[in-house]
Design a protein around this ligand. Sequence first.
Ligand code: PXL
Length: 288
Amino acid sequence: MIYNHSSCLAIHDLSGVGKCSLTIALPVLSACGVQTAAMPTAILSTHTGGFTGFTYRDLTEDLLPMAQHWEELGLGFSALYSGFLGSAQQTDIVEDIFRRFRQNALVVVDPVLGDEGKLYQTITPQMAEGMKKLCASADLVVPNLTEAAYLLGRDYQDGQLGREQAAEILEGLCAMGPKKAVLTGVRCDGGLGAACLEAGGSPEFYVMEELPGSYHGTGDLFASILVGGLLNSMSLGEACWLAVRFTHKTIETTRAIGGDHRYGPKFEAHLPELAAEAEAYREKKAGQ
Ligand code: PXL
């Protein structure tokens, strides 16, 4: 067995029910062999997508003290990975935390703002504005089409996207600052998946047959697998393909089991396969 020595700082909310954010990032990164530190940006009884009456504890005041304690402990990370933030001030705070820990770390921002053309319930225009700055400080951004439209100040477009349109969005994202971008929820070549670009390179497209319905938490699942793949030394394209395949499998399982999709993707049964693929990749790399 080849041990994975990488570590990640995951900065997302903790929603007690309705898998998303930390309740996806932690198990997925663990399956990929990555040791992960959790920095919760807010604690909620459920996520905000389709639930009402949820509790919401904003942890803005706790983020810097947590980071300072970890600095005192001399901790370092291979990746810093942020997602849903709890308040508008947190975009600046997370940028500061990136500055403190970014030495040798890959900085990944999933700019969690909205989906299907709309902002999530708790996301204010001010937060969306702050997210642009945070994205500019990242090495890699992973927006869906709605988030990319907000970040680039464009109209949201649904439906099939030509390769050229997707490439143009990816170039716009890289022009904001990050050297790498992955666009999710891309419908092209008759399928659904993701497109990725490393600045100066050519865009790559990874799509599979689209399954009907919309599944809450799949963006978080995709981004967490992507980070897990990268922390196993996969290329951006390889990690994208891993994330597309496992997200697709999970949606198949979630559909087969049925029930209320607000409770999140049923990825648990696939974690052993993900762990096996990650380990097989580490072994292959070690043997090269
Ligand atoms: O999956 C994105 C997400 C993360 N965290 C919270 C959310 C959402 C989407 O609705 O509400 C709390």
